[in-house]
Design a protein around this ligand. Sequence first.
Ligand code: PHE
Ligand code: ZN
Length: 878
Amino acid sequence: MSARPDTSAAPIHLRDYAPPAWRVESIELNFELGIDTTEVTAQLHLRGDANAPLRLDGEGLELLAIALDGQPLEASAWRYADGMLEVEGARDGSVLSTRVRIHPAANTALEGLYLSGSREAGFLLTQCEAEGFRHITFFPDRPDVLTRYTVTLQAERARFPVLLAGGNPDGAGELPDGRHWARFVDPHPKPCYLFALVAGRLEKIERDYRTGEGRAVKLVIWSEANVIDSCHYAMDALERCIRWDEQVYGRYYDLDVFHVVATHDFNMGAMENKGLNIFNAKYLLADPDTTTDDEYKAVEAVVAHEYFHNWSGNRVTCRDWFQLSLKEGLTVFREQQFSADMNSTALKRIEDVALLRRAQFPEDAGPLAHPVRPAEYREINNFYTATVYEKGSELVRMLAGKLGADGFRRGMDRYFERNDGRAATIEDFLAALGEANDLDLTPYLAWYGQAGTPRLRARGQFDAAARRYTLSLSQHTPATAGQPEKQSLPIPVKLALFDRHGRMLPLRMDGQTEAHETVVVLDQAEREFTFEQVEHAPVPSLLRGFSAPVILDCDYAPADLALLLTHDPDGFNRWEAGQQLAVLAFDDCRRDGQTAVRAWCGALAQLFADPALDPALLADLLTPPGEVELAEREQEVDPAQIHALRQRLQTQLATTIGAATLAQRLAALDVAGPLRLDAVAKAQRRLKRRVLELLALVDAPAAQAHADTQYRQAQGMTDRLAALSVLVRTEADAATAALADFRRRHADNPLALDKWFAAQAQVPGERALERVRTLESDPAFTLKNPNRARALLGTFASGNPSGFHRADGAGYALLAERLVALDALNPQIAARVATAFNGWQRLEPVRREAARQVLTGLAARPELSRNLAEIVAGVLKS
Ligand code: PHE
Ligand code: ZN
């Protein structure tokens, strides 16, 4: 029975940071593990100031015994209330012992120690970031308290044959009554959020790894027995990313073992606990029959992300949770570099920029906007956001771009060297990068403290007589909640100029000839940049590679963008030009204009016929910005209309390419034979999916017939799911049978079933709500499993705008009701799903009023957790 935290708790402010009065040099932890009750004894070796009160965090702990320096404490010498244990009489060097009882099986919030799976077959595990450790034992639960851990686990051997904790193994043995024990010692001091243990019946695969420094490391991946064969891809990915971090950053692994564990019950993607990473099964298991190509990539990326945290996060950790992006933004950036190296730089950049626009830009434009380094929070779990992760990574990318590859490596070496074993700040990061390069990077600090997406306005002027091209750049960041005044930021703008034939021009600036591409930095409100010896009016290509996380406003003519889309030598910049052109075409569709529609469709039809173009890139070029992104540009959002217009635009594209050409290409992309997982095969499947979707818009019967066959003959999940999704979306006769087949075929695979739920929750239009209700009564549906709840409710609310935003408000009402039920089980997940309401103020009046009513009703409910209450109150404010 864990007491609910105080929902009205005052916010915590960055400016109030003070170093801890008490530290814990080392801790001995002893667990007597059981599913219903577990007893934890802890001995804390304290360092600190006897004049300062000793306060330890503790949530929902049943205190069984407490002693100081070996003496049991009188009841008058301690107080435990409101999540805080206060102890009198401690001095520097004291040892505090506590014994507490906790209840893993009753823990549905999945933070602290909990049960994954069933009571009979499941296993125990912990999740401590951000503040889960206080649900396990009394401790100063803050990341700037670094401690050496010795952990002893005891349990019944038959029920818990495998016992794991972070650090190196340090003995194991038998105990009376069929019990056994295992001990782990972690030589690296760490904050308590990196503590982890796992206990239960698990299988493993192992691999020996030797680091570039010569250390022999045992890599072990653990899972429940029925999925252990799906762990090999993750093992390969793990080895690749360890080697990559050695080669690219000179960082080596630092323990004798590296354990990774898969669970189906997890609030987030995965967790970088020192020496014992724990993964949501969705980001670890991979198997050709049930894992899509995109999911393979995600597994590789998340395995790398968690591994890279060993340096960017664990060896150098965060001083406080305001610095969260210090580890997350940096680690996302490192993962992006790795994934680009393993796959394709252009495709990875497209994927990441699309994600930024879909997830981070709306966050930054609405009432939940916050800086990459927030200044205050109530519930830290609500700050694991796209802003902290994705925008945080963009900030590191800007710095890396400014320093160049060698300079950035020098700076990172300095950062790791100087902060190893410390809890650091964003300032420490900028200082290390700057000092290693004799540069003052403090102007970039403003990016970390200012919320909102800057608008970059660009206007070009060509002076034929003077053969001069002048580019005027200016910036403006709209006000965000609580931050009315904005300052100018240093915005690196990578650019090139193209002539009318699509050739890049040499750039002559300030009397110097540069290469064909350069970076100018707009570090004030506005500035002009002049290019000499330009013969004809050029087409500028701006923000190449997406050199800064801003929204570009440039008065391109459709023909200019079409030129870049067809001629730019760089895949990402081509895609970017295509996206901007698609936006113009979308506006055309609304006004019955034709110029941009023709330019976009014509350019793509031409590229469609180009046999040299990478099929994966072509697939992305053929995809206009999504509905969420298109909605961001509107004053007043009508999601049904946006959906309809976007469909019309895509239909135009499909018509221009032609049904016959699409069908022909589809046939050509159908390769017989066993499933291949190489890059070429994946690229072909990516294009095949896109072509099938386009064909469905102009020749539904042909597309349905193809999808039906493809569904039945598919060799892997990518093709099977693509076919299923087209059948369901087009309401094909074959959809019912395919859905039933999928349901039966994958009944025992939760990750595959999640896709079955999501594919249906995603179908656009008014009828989505009915589908969701029906799916809720499927016996496999449960709110208790985060992946399942997200697959149905999260997908409906955040991945299906035209379905969720019904004009009658029924989508909002349903979500609010489910959020209350979900919140009682798992506040973190409820809060995350609730962010779907972000941006309701910009809806057209009818939907806006419906959303307002539902949200005010929700906000008034007294039982909401601090997590959900903060999000609901947050989206409500304007
Ligand atoms: N630190 C984890 C990651 O990025 C995310 C996480 C946060 C997991 C909180 C669990 C709880 O990589
Ligand atoms: Zn992370």
